[in-house]
Design a protein around this ligand. Structure first.
Ligand code: ATP
Ligand code: MG
Length: 418
């Protein structure tokens, strides 16, 4: 027997109902905010991520599925969407003509992490990115949109929004120095990953999920005390606009994000319900990323929602049963088949989910299958009914049965389904 690759899983059955509901709600929501869908490839040249996400991030250091393509090129399954989207924006010349660009995407991402609750090697993100706008009002709107996404999924009671400013290349060096001093004096409690991070990227230590590292991080210097004037006032404006928009948030001065490209506003929508996998969606501003990837001086901001985690929360909130057929059609084999099958076709054409027995077995056996199928109605085409151009329509919930003209059947069923 074959099994899935570690960290990969099948999605089926009633889970599909939650996924469809979430996908539909997000697509609708993005549209109302003026976002255009972008479909990105799942495979990119590894350099896109090395450059875009950063060489010293967990993702690039140890989480990517990377292999050499037949022609000797190093390629990777995408671990996130932003770097790919920026690659696409530059490659396709989307900066011309200039103006605010809003893109959204939905798709599978791949990270070679240790699988656990809410953490898989193939997972699905839904993301939104806005380019060519520096206004703090946009930051406030993106944070609001992320919370609106939780509302659209019906899980707003389970999440809260945390925001921070992580400064810019102007203000970060002084902070980084202070942080290095602080953690260097406490080396003995750091995990082996963080000892490495200490030299290369000490901010990463604040993002470590190890208990010991989390504890020392609590008293570490905070970036907000080191923001330059411009970053400080940008952050103040973001908060002011969040208040104007009526979007609830708390400042978490210890939040940094796991990706190198962020500057200024960082935000995370978190939950207490998924153990260590607490972030349901997260994002930030990335003003230097387009230039870093070979494009112009273009500001940007975005977020990605972990849809698998949202689905887990939706399942706690609400039980959605697997969808059943609307009607099961029962008919005699032989001369009734033609009428039966054309009725199936007609009902499906009218948007009604119709099933029947492919074996066209005995009426008794077909009735059994209709019962087992869980269909809302059974349509019975017996000999008498066919003679008179009628069918029996049985309501499987109440058990009541009535005669109905074949010509009116689709209308009658549709009316009873709402
Ligand atoms: P975490 O801190 O949980 O590792 P992250 O900071 O690495 O998250 P991002 O890169 O910001 O995550 O991705 C955005 C969202 O994607 C996360 O908030 C989370 O909901 C989801 N996500 C990230 N990695 C995984 C994973 N391995 N499995 C499932 N969902 C994930
Ligand atoms: Mg991670």
């Amino acid at each position: 027997m074959f099994r899935t690759v570690k960290g990969f899983h099948d999605i089926y059955g009633e889970d599909i109902e939650y996924w469809e509901k979430l996908e539909g709600a997000l697509k609708k929501l993005y549209k109302t905010y003026g976002f255009k869908e972008f479909r990105l490839p799942v495979l990119e040249k590894t350099a896109v991520f090395n450059r875009g996400i950063g060489e010293t991030t967990d993702i690039v250091e140890k989480e990517m599925f990377t292999f050499t393509d037949g022609d000797g090129e190093s390629v990777s399954l995408r671990p996130e969407g932003t770097a790919s989207l920026i690659r696409a924006y530059i490659e396709n010349g989307l900066g011309n003509p200039p103006g605010v660009k809003k893109y959204c995407y939905m798709g599978n991402m791949f990270r070679r992490e240790r699988p656990q609750k809410g953490r898989f090697r193939q997972f699905t993100q839904s993301g939104a990115e806005v380019l060519e706008c520096e206004s703090p009002l946009l930051d406030a709107e993106m944070i609001t949109l992320l919370l609106d996404a939780a509302k659209a999924a019906g899980i707003e009671d389970f999440v809260r929004m945390e925001i921070n400013s992580i400064g810019c290349p102007e203000c970060r060096p002084a902070y980084r120095k202070k942080l290095t001093e602080y953690f260097s004096a406490r080396r003995e409690v750091l995990c082996s990953d963080c000892l490495r991070r200490l030299d290369k990227n000490p901010l990463r230590i604040l993002d470590c999920k190890n208990e010991g590292c989390k504890r020392v991080s609590e008293d570490a210097p905070v970036i907000l005390d080191y923001l330059c004037g411009e970053c400080g006032s940008h952050f103040d404006s973001v908060k002011k606009y969040l208040e104007k928009l009526g979007t609830p948030y708390t400042v978490n001065s210890r939040m940094v994000r796991g990706l190198d490209y962020y500057v200024r506003t960082a935000y995370e929508m978190v939950t207490d319900k998924l153990g260590a996998a607490s972030a349901v969606g997260a994002g930030g501003r990335y003003d230097g990323l387009v230039r870093l990837m070979g494009g112009g001086e273009i500001p940007g901001i975005g977020f990605a929602i972990g849809m698998d985690r949202v689905v887990s929360l939706m399942k706690e909130k609400e039980r959605i049963a697997e969808r059943k057929a609307d009607v099961f059609i029962v008919f005699f084999s032989g001369k009734a088949e033609k009428i039966g099958l054309s009725l199936v076709k007609e009902l499906r054409g009218a948007g009604i989910t119709a099933e029947y027995d492919y074996d066209v077995a005995s009426m008794k056996s077909q009735m059994k299958k209709a019962n087992r199928s869980g269909a809302r109605f059974t349509v019975i085409l017996g000999e008498n009914e066919i003679e008179s151009g009628k069918a029996a329509l049985k309501d499987m919930e109440s058990g009541s049965q009535k005669e109905c003209n074949l010509a009116d059947l689709a209308e009658t069923i549709k009316k009873s389904l709402v």
